[in-house]
Design a protein around this ligand. Structure first.
Ligand SMILES: Nc1nc2c(c(=O)[nH]1)N[C@H]1C(S)=C(S)[C@@H](COP(=O)(O)O)O[C@H]1N2
Ligand SMILES: [Mo]
Length: 538
């Protein structure tokens, strides 16, 4: 199908109608819930379809910016499809209309498939598609007639030149009739461009208004600000004064610098007043816990280092904080798991699930239903109002944010979100260590050089750290103060550096011995290998 001049106009009309579709969808979604917003629902369906290798690649390439990249890519694909719908609609209305309806249907179905979908979930997509169709219809009608711009004008010209229809000069060098000029820049084209501008602006405004209205309608910020946390029944063990090595990232990760990893394209807004935790499955007694009951329980405070399974060797998807919460074993004790149970499948309000071994949740470690980090209620993006934190396990099998449901079950009877996408069903944290000082690739002067970093072996404890230069022997580093077996540990080593290019390796020990130097990718259960530091000594 040969391109025509008016195709560009039609494509513009399509994109403008697409903006109206998206804007209408976002406005309606302010009422029906953020996850029913067509852009959000389709993006979320895409995220759920992400296999381990793609998640690994996205996390490795974009880090915590992966959501922004996904959003940008989605808008680009949608703009192309909208342009195509415009071109089709201009040639034959039914084709363009069919594409718009099909896209609306995809978005509507994606919204209905969200775990938190209500009966009105497809409404934003339906309303968006309807508004988009009306806009497209109105704009396509304003496209200057092809009789004055393309093929139809060519016909007499071709006839004069003795050429059959469709042969000879391409559209690019065809003869242009005087009328061509007139209508391409004349009043009807101007009308089209005004229509495109108005529709596009209305669409963008709809998106902005919809998002703002939705956020303020459902926003939990005010509720969160008003929360007064109870004093812990047991406070965290005091942190030794010497946990921090100068130049190494803060031992206590500030909340606003704490890494964020989750599948949620919009942060779930969960009101504590309506929050419930349901404990059921292989239990003698089902338990339901409210926010007030939770805050009224004996809460404990603990420092726990949380790590992501997608953290590459030397990476920074790991953070350490002081959490406040109810030991999960207390809640499980009220429900009394039956003898055959070996796993707890925790579920978030947005459908994410994690499989945690029952024994880890019932032994004496500080596995918490956490309500606070660093002395303040959880920020919405870190799971407000309640999340799990389990020392010794990667987040994907333990740290469910916005948690609302604990199903006591068996590993052979149920599987969790990432297990279904190629990751291991169990995820104990692997002992790891990394360099932070000096910066990679730095040039340093010969003589005494301080080399330092962080090591972790949650719930086993870092017992030793060693550094090796080139092919030399492993040398003991000095360990900074110990914040407990569930937290990471800073280390430092003074190196008598000699001029030249050098490659340093670091390894941490837990009570079972040294971490492995064998290189393994993050899939399926966490990366292994030594972090390396390459330096030039002058
Ligand atoms: N509801 C929900 N909880 C979740 C996730 C998620 O995608 N959804 N991701 C998990 C993963 S993979 C990690 S590493 C931790 C990260 O917690 P953070 O974002 O507070 O650092 O949350 C866990 N809890
Ligand atoms: Mo993770």
């Amino acid at each position: 199908m040969a391109l025509r001049r008016s195709d560009a106009d039609a494509a513009l009309a399509g994109v403008a109608a697409g903006a109206v579709t998206v804007g209408t969808g976002a406005l309606v979604a302010a009422l029906t819930g953020a996850s029913s917003d067509p852009l959000v629902a389709v993006g979320a369906a895409f995220v759920d379809a992400t296999p381990a290798w793609l998640k690994d690649w996205a996390a490795g390439t974009f880090g915590t910016a992966d959501k922004a990249v996904l959003g940008g890519g989605e808008v680009l694909v949608l703009a192309l499809l909208a342009a195509l719908a415009g071109v089709l609609a201009h040639r034959r209305w039914a084709w363009g209309a069919t594409l718009v309806v099909a896209l609306g249907a995809v978005a509507g179905l994606a919204a209905m498939a969200r775990p938190d979908a209500g009966v009105l979930a497809p409404l934003p997509a339906v309303a968006g598609a309807a508004a988009g169709l009306l806009t497209l219809r109105a704009l396509v009608r304003r496209i200057p007639d092809d009789a004055s711009t393309a093929a139809d004008v060519d016909r007499p010209a071709r006839a004069r030149a003795g050429l059959p229809d469709g042969a000879g000069p391409t559209d690019g060098d065809r003869v242009r009739a005087p009328a061509d000029e007139g209508s391409a820049s004349g009043p009807s084209r101007r009308a089209l461009l005004v229509g495109v501008g108005v529709a596009g602006a209305a669409g963008l405004l709809g998106v902005a208004l919809g998002r703002v209205a939705g956020a303020s309608r459902r926003g939990v910020q005010a509720v969160r600000d008003a929360i007064r946390l109870p004093a812990p029944a047991r406070t965290a063990a005091p942190v030794p004064a010497d946990v921090q090595v100068e130049g190494v990232g803060p031992w206590a990760t500030p909340t606003d610098a704490f890494y964020r990893i989750d599948t949620a394209l919009v942060v779930p807004q969960v009101d504590p007043a309506t929050w419930r935790l349901r404990v059921h499955g292989l239990v003698e007694r089902e338990v339901e816990l409210t926010w007030d009951e939770l805050l009224g329980s004996d809460l404990v405070e603990a420092w726990v280092t949380l790590a992501c399974v997608s953290n590459p060797v030397g990476g920074d998807l790991v953070g350490n904080q002081r959490w406040l919460g109810l030991p999960i074993r207390d809640v499980l004790a009220r429900a009394r798991p039956t003898a055959e149970a070996d796993m707890v499948l925790s579920r978030s309000v947005d459908g994410f699930t994690a499989s945690t071994p029952l024994e880890v949740l019932t032994d004496d470690r500080d596995a918490l239903l956490a309500v606070a980090m660093d002395g303040a209620p959880l920020p919405p993006e870190h799971g407000f109002p309640v999340r799990m934190v389990v020392p010794g396990l990667y987040g994907y099998v333990s740290a469910t944010k916005w948690v609302v449901d604990l199903e006591v079950t068996r590993f052979d009877a149920a599987s969790a979100y990432w297990t279904e996408r190629g990751w291991s069903e169990r995820g104990p944290v692997k002992t790891q260590s990394r360099f932070e000082v000096p910066r990679a690739g730095a040039r340093v002067a010969a003589g005494d050089v301080v080399v330092a970093g962080t090591a972790w072996a949650q719930h086993r404890g870092v017992t030793r750290v060693q550094v090796r230069v080139d092919d030399g022997a492993w040398q003991d580093a000095e360990l900074a103060g110990d914040g407990g077996v569930d937290t990471w540990r800073h280390w430092r080593w003074t190196w008598r550096a000699e001029p030249g290019e050098h490659r340093l390796l670091v390894r941490a020990f837990d009570p079972d011995g040294p971490q492995t130097g064998e290189q393994q990718d993050v899939v399926p259960d966490g990366a292994t290998g030594y972090d390396t530091l390459t330096l030039t000594v002058d």
